[in-house]
Design a protein around this ligand. Structure first.
Ligand SMILES: C[S@@+](CC[C@H](N)C(=O)[O-])C[C@H]1O[C@@H](n2cnc3c(N)ncnc32)[C@H](O)[C@@H]1O
Length: 249
């Protein structure tokens, strides 16, 4: 766990992700599964690990609720503090493994964080001690997952076809820590770019980082075909997503 900070997104990547979630149906699709059986999602106390910009914490609680968030990205922390002004909020700039262990919460929540792959049993053990119930939102798509839009260019990333993360998480947890329920839901990730050139540069950089070199003209044609353009020339690209919602009640 030594060099975990080097994997934390920079401010621009954090803001781009948050802007993309404004256009995506992620929270709307997933929240009803997390809150199943709960009236109006009103958890009184929540521990959110890798809380991002706080949109799940907002959807799962009412004003006045007590929220403790673990979030090591400074841009994410600023966004979540703005979003959750009317909650009783504490935020820690630490890794999940250094989460204070003296709290007690109605719900322990984690969505789409690296610890699912790196150390699922340790994460589970840590959260289970502190929380009456738990919900994890874990990637469930078959295809590539090296960046949020990678499902759109799966044909260029054949080397990234791997087992859905939630299956390896369930395998690692085993029968001893098996969740009470597992649901899988589809949603769509949408990211808007200032123009087609910016979208092409973005895809080219991500594909190169994933070890695939595709000529720029080919990526440009692809963006022109797949993108949705508005009257200011901005282009939105979208990728299909699947998430598994694991709950322990
Ligand atoms: C893909 S984002 C998910 C954010 C939010 N949970 C969501 O689903 O929208 C992953 C988050 O985990 C945070 N993170 C990165 N390393 C972490 C660590 N070691 N411990 C806790 N959170 C971490 C990142 O800063 C980022 O906000």
């Amino acid at each position: 766990m030594g060099n975990w900070r080097s994997a934390v997104w920079n401010d621009q990547a954090a803001r781009d992700y948050s802007d993309a979630l404004d256009l995506s149906d992620y929270v709307q699709r997933i929240t009803p599964y997390v809150a199943a059986g709960k009236v109006c999602h009103g958890y009184q106390s929540l521990l959110d690990i890798g809380a991002g910009d706080g949109r799940f914490a907002e959807a799962l609680t009412f004003p006045g609720a007590r929220i403790d968030a673990i979030e090591p990205s400074s841009a994410m922390r600023s966004m979540l503090q703005r979003r959750l002004k009317d909650r009783t909020l504490r935020v820690w700039d630490v890794s999940w493994s250094d989460c204070p262990d003296d709290g007690a919460y109605d719900l322990g929540f984690a969505a789409n964080i690296g610890a699912f792959k790196a150390a699922p049993v340790q994460l589970f053990t840590k959260m289970r001690k502190l929380c009456r119930s738990l919900a994890w939102v874990v990637p469930a798509q078959q295809g590539p997952s090296s960046f949020c839009l990678s499902g759109l260019v799966a044909h260029w990333l054949p080397q990234e076809r791997s087992e859905p993360v939630y299956l390896s998480v369930l395998g690692a947890l085993g029968a001893a820590h098996a969740p009470s329920s597992v649901d899988v839901e589809e949603w769509t990730y949408r990211q808007c770019f200032a123009d087609a050139g910016v979208a092409v540069d973005f895809l080219m950089e991500k594909l190169t980082a994933s070890g695939t070199t595709i000529p720029r003209t080919q990526i440009k044609e692809f963006v022109e075909e797949e993108g949705t353009f508005d009257d200011r020339g901005r282009v939105t690209l979208e990728a299909p997503k699947r998430s598994a919602i694991l709950r322990w009640i």
